[in-house]
Unconditional design. Structure first.
Length: 468
């Protein structure tokens, strides 16, 4: 016992160093941490300081041990007190950080209201199959979903105990009205898109629910406009950063309760944002936004394709910069581009942007992203992509490069970025300090794209022809 007692200073120092090393191993094994480290100057500095602190502790612990063995002493008192005091943060901070970032204090699953989701499969009538999806905090069996049109209805019953409740509606007819009902909840009505070359869809990104700086009231106004039958949206794509910290399930809870206005009746899909998937946020993103079984044709749940008649959406996983653009994703992406007929519309959606105006902040250029431009846009040019929409930059901008239209609209109620200090040569129109959504209507070979403010007033409109 006494021999342990006399080694307390070096035991504490080495334990602290070990905690820091273990924390770093865990943190960098999480999805998105490399991007966070590379792009976010604040976290980059914190990580480096903490790593240096860990190395100092390791050195001090070993030095103290060496002195004691070499000199055969019980230690130097002031040195032992110093080691114990500076080791305390290393004993406390890593477990606390792990608990918070690993979601230990957050419920594993939450109850989410039913969402109407687009699947990656096309039904017999040429429009995407759709799904009604919700989650429950506890696994239950026997949930039912009844759906149909004015003439027919079908009830589906789950026979397994699960927390993820996915009901696929196959072979929906275009331009038709349907209803669905989960258990004995209220009936919801929705309309399907047409396949006659007309398609109207809303795009939004960056709501950042959970951030005290977000204007959820503005987000809710825009959700109301997306859901309004008079506005006639066929689909809704949300391009990431739905929540501020994806590892906190309470933020997802707040987001889905609010989003439900639109996502319960407008066929919806998501792209992952860097805030959504941060640390253990990846699991929550997959659980709530990309359940298994939604895209049977893609191996990953982070990127996928939606086909609506002659309009094709390729949704990429770009979170911080190009870190998530893996070889597997690149191969899948090029294969899809090859597969889409030349006369059809090809629309790329992702959280991360390519061309954009912006600022230099914390050591990172938040504008024209050389990594995404160099690694991905050559494919846009080669395969005549028509339109590229993204978020991540918290402002609103329309750009043109090589005849391709780029829209950045990361302004769904989040804190706006400071005004640009760098203007992209591709920029056509830009505004900051403005919440907005994108309203896009395709009619034949023409596309009309409008940025709208929370009152649904047009901020800027551009009409362009399909790339040929
Ligand atoms: Fe964001
Ligand atoms: Fe982002």
């Amino acid at each position: 016992m006494n021999s342990i007692k006399k080694h307390i200073p070096e035991i504490i120092a080495l334990t602290g160093a070990l905690f820091i090393i273990a924390f770093f191993i865990w943190a960098f094994s999480q999805h998105g941490t490399i991007g966070l480290f590379r792009v976010n100057g604040f976290f980059n500095t914190v990580f480096i300081i903490f790593a240096i602190f860990g190395l100092i502790l390791l050195g001090l612990g070993l030095l103290y041990l060496w002195i004691k063995i070499r000199k055969n002493t019980t230690g130097v008192k002031w040195f032992s007190v110093l080691i114990i005091v500076i080791s305390i943060p290393a004993i406390i901070i890593p477990p606390v950080a792990f608990s918070v970032l690993g979601g230990i204090f957050s419920p594993e699953y939450i109850d989410t209201p039913p969402q109407l989701l687009l699947t990656g499969d096309t039904g017999g009538y040429g429009i995407p199959d759709m799904a009604v999806y919700f989650t429950t905090a506890d696994a239950v069996s026997g949930s039912t979903m009844t759906w149909g049109d004015a003439n027919n209805s079908l009830t589906m019953t789950e026979d397994v105990k699960t927390r993820e409740h996915l009901f696929i509606m196959n072979d929906l007819k275009p331009d038709a009205r349907y209803h669905y009902r989960v258990n004995d909840e209220q009936i919801a009505y929705f309309s399907t898109p047409s396949i006659d070359g007309q398609l109207r869809f809303a795009i939004a990104s960056d709501a950042h629910y959970g951030s005290p700086n977000s204007r959820n009231d503005l987000t809710e106004k825009m959700l109301y406009e997306i859901a309004a039958p008079d506005n006639g949206f066929d689909m809704f794509f949300f391009l990431g950063d739905l929540v501020e910290y994806g590892f906190n399930n309470n933020e997802w809870d707040e987001a889905f309760r609010s989003l439900n206005t639109a996502t319960s009746i407008i066929p919806t899909r998501y792209a992952p944002g860097n805030h959504d998937t941060l640390f253990c946020g990846l699991d929550s993103y997959l659980n709530y936004c990309a359940p298994e079984g939604l895209d049977t044709k893609t191996e990953s749940r982070l990127w996928y394709r939606i086909d609506a008649g002659n309009v094709h959406f390729l949704v990429l996983d770009l979170e911080w910069s190009a870190e998530a653009y893996t070889k597997a994703q690149a191969e899948w992406f090029e294969q899809q581009l090859k597969d889409i007929p030349e006369d059809d519309w090809t629309i790329i959606l992702s959280h991360g942007f390519y061309y954009a105006s912006g600022i230099y902040a914390f050591g990172w250029e938040w504008y024209d992203n050389a990594e995404t431009i160099n690694s991905i846009t050559p494919l846009f040019n080669e395969y005549n992509v028509d339109l590229v929409c993204s978020g991540h930059a918290h402002n609103v901008e329309l750009l043109k490069e090589n005849g391709i239209t780029y829209a950045v609209c990361g302004a769904f109620g989040c804190l706006p970025d400071p005004g640009r200090t760098y203007t992209s040569p591709a920029s056509i129109w830009y505004t900051d300090n403005q919440s907005a959504l994108l309203d896009i209507a395709i009619a034949g070979d023409q596309c009309s794209l409008t940025f709208r403010d929370p009152d649904f007033e047009a901020l800027y409109t551009i009409t362009f022809d399909k790339n040929k």
